[in-house]
Design a protein around this ligand. Structure first.
Ligand code: FAD
Length: 501
């Protein structure tokens, strides 16, 4: 059996994807005979953005034996309760997409039906008042979720904002401590086998030739192995998602850090602002069809409120996915596998699920084609679901002020997304497919934030008097208010929790 096993695994690239894969796979194989080598080029460097995460990242590093406090200290991290959308619905209005629930489901009927019934009865309320995560975020406060979820009106989760290069360094430390070998060299040539076209080895700038049975391509957008060597093909989604460029810049960190990512609509895209302990991350994600690089840069510079730490960096990308993420003996991970855009911070989370897929479907040397088929099918569906969630944010805007936002309204929704929106608007139904990264609570936050509200209410509530819902729902809001009042500010929490030892 040992004969048929993959013996040499080569990871190409030492950005966030490469080092996450190295750390996680080394641990997965528990000191077994699999040899893992990572080759990266310090000269080329990593992309250096990717600072906002979703809560799954905490499960990822916990599985490596790291605690929240350890990771936060090592990466200058702050807490993220969700995302605040500014001006996406209309100029001057904001809403929060929290990681967590709104209110409590009663008698097996989702909470939002009760919330709508109360409003129909003449008592409209803000759905964020039922979310402890959103309410803490609005108040600039933070505390970890109570252990007993029943003790509060809504449960929530949290993620991190971290310095991407420090996080990659941390992953590198974990990987190397556990036996991953690192080579700092440029890959100058990819050698293919003449019989089956698989990758045989890599020629490196230091004169070495590196052989492998299986290669994980984490080389970033270019996809050195998956695309340049194997020509896996790329599905371009620019007709659905218009943004294809970003200016990114770090600025001084002044004032109390917000416990959320700020994303603000601009003329032809949106701007992120991510608070870290030692600085802020900022960027303008825009569509080059609608604004010039120079004008986008000027908009960004005018909007960042604190001193810039360097000249902004321009990054270009094509929203879409690699058609065959697993091709022959190469599996692409991270930006090499595709990229939608930074909204909703899905790219690192897709690295996590990619690693899970690699573990679950890890091949032998015969590379059974069924494994690659399953991997590619799963990856496609997952990426399409995430894409659809992001499209919703643009399509639902009611700004109407620029051609960019008007054209976003006119996008032809993919069929699955169309069905989801229709079913929700008709009667508050959620459709949840397999491979969905975002739970119904996240969809609810975006629907409510964009005022896409159900026209019908669940018939289970036909016998419920709307007036009678007033007191129990008021109690839920009160429980949220009390919990917020007892929480420390985000800054005070960080000082206590992740103070250097
Ligand atoms: P890279 O960081 O590009 O790493 C590629 C590696 O390959 C490097 O180590 C490089 O040296 C190596 N390499 C390349 N060519 C060679 C060669 N010839 N020889 C040797 N080595 C080579 N994701 C989130 O989850 N949250 C966010 O908030 C977020 N914001 C983003 C904002 C922008 C504008 C962009 C573009 C992306 C953002 N992302 C975000 C995505 C995130 O940055 C990436 O998913 C993450 O950084 C992983 O990148 P990577 O490791 O795949 O690629």
């Amino acid at each position: 059996m040992g004969e048929g096993r993959i013996q040499k695994l080569v990871i190409v690239g030492g950005g966030t994807a490469g080092w996450m894969a190295a750390a996680a796979l080394r641990r997965h194989f528990q000191g077994g005979p699999l040899e893992i080598t990572l080759v990266e080029s310090a000269e080329i460097g990593a992309i250096g953005v990717g600072e906002a995460t979703i809560p799954t990242i905490r499960g990822f590093y916990r599985s490596l034996g790291l605690s929240d406090a350890e990771v936060m200290r090592a990466t200058q991290a702050t807490c993220k309760l969700g995302i605040r959308f500014n001006g996406w619905l209309r100029e001057g209005e904001s809403f929060i997409h929290p990681f967590g629930h709104f209110g409590q489901d009663l008698n097996g009927v989702p909470f939002h039906h009760y919330w709508r019934k109360l409003a129909e009865g003449g008592e409209p309320t803000d759905i964020a008042d039922y979310s402890l995560g959103a309410s803490l975020a609005r108040a600039g406060k933070f505390m970890p979720p109570p252990r007993d979820p029943a003790s509060t009106a809504s449960v929530y989760d949290w993620a991190l904002h971290f310095d991407a290069s420090l996080f990659a360094q941390l992953m590198r430390r974990v990987a190397e401590d556990n036996g991953v070998r690192r080579i700092d060299a440029r890959i100058v040539k990819v050698n293919l086998r003449s019989d089956d076209g698989r990758v045989a080895s890599l020629d490196l700038s230091n004169g070495q030739t590196l052989e492998g049975d299986l290669f994980i391509d984490c080389s970033g957008f270019r996809g050195l192995l998956i695309e340049e060597a194997l020509g896996a093909g790329y599905e371009d989604w620019s007709d659905l998602l218009f943004c294809d460029r970003a200016w990114a810049v770090q600025s001084e960190g002044v004032g109390e850090p917000m416990p959320y990512t700020d994303v603000t609509a601009h003329a032809a895209g949106w701007r992120w602002r991510i608070p870290l302990r030692h600085r802020h991350g900022n960027g303008y994600v825009y569509a080059s069809r609608y604004i010039s690089d120079e004008d986008a840069l000027a908009e960004l510079k005018a909007a960042v409120p604190d001193a810039l730490l360097h000249e902004p960096r321009r990054i270009t990308f094509t929203p879409g996915r690699r058609k065959k993420v697993w091709n022959k003996n190469v599996i692409a991970l991270g930006l090499a596998s595709g990229f939608l855009e930074p909204l909703e911070s899905t790219s690192i989370a897709l690295i996590e699920t990619g690693i899970e897929k690699i573990k679950a479907l890890f091949p032998d040397r015969d590379l059974a084609p069924e494994l690659a088929d399953e991997f590619n099918d799963w990856s496609r569906r997952e990426m399409e679901r995430v894409r659809d969630f992001i499209i919703l944010h643009y399509w639902a805007n009611r700004r109407g002020d620029t051609a960019f936002w008007r054209d976003c309204n006119a996008v032809a929704l993919p069929d699955d997304l169309k069905r989801k929106v229709e079913l929700f608007v008709q009667r508050g139904h959620f459709v949840r497919y397999r491979w969905e990264m975002f739970a119904p609570t996240s969809w609810m936050a975006i629907y409510a934030g964009f005022e896409l509200l159900p026209q019908g209410i669940d018939p289970a509530l036909d016998g419920v008097d709307a007036k009678a819902l007033g007191p129990p729902l008021a109690r839920m809001r009160q429980a949220v208010r009390e919990a917020v009042a007892s929480a420390p500010t985000h800054g005070a929490f960080l000082d206590q929790f992740s103070r250097p030892a």
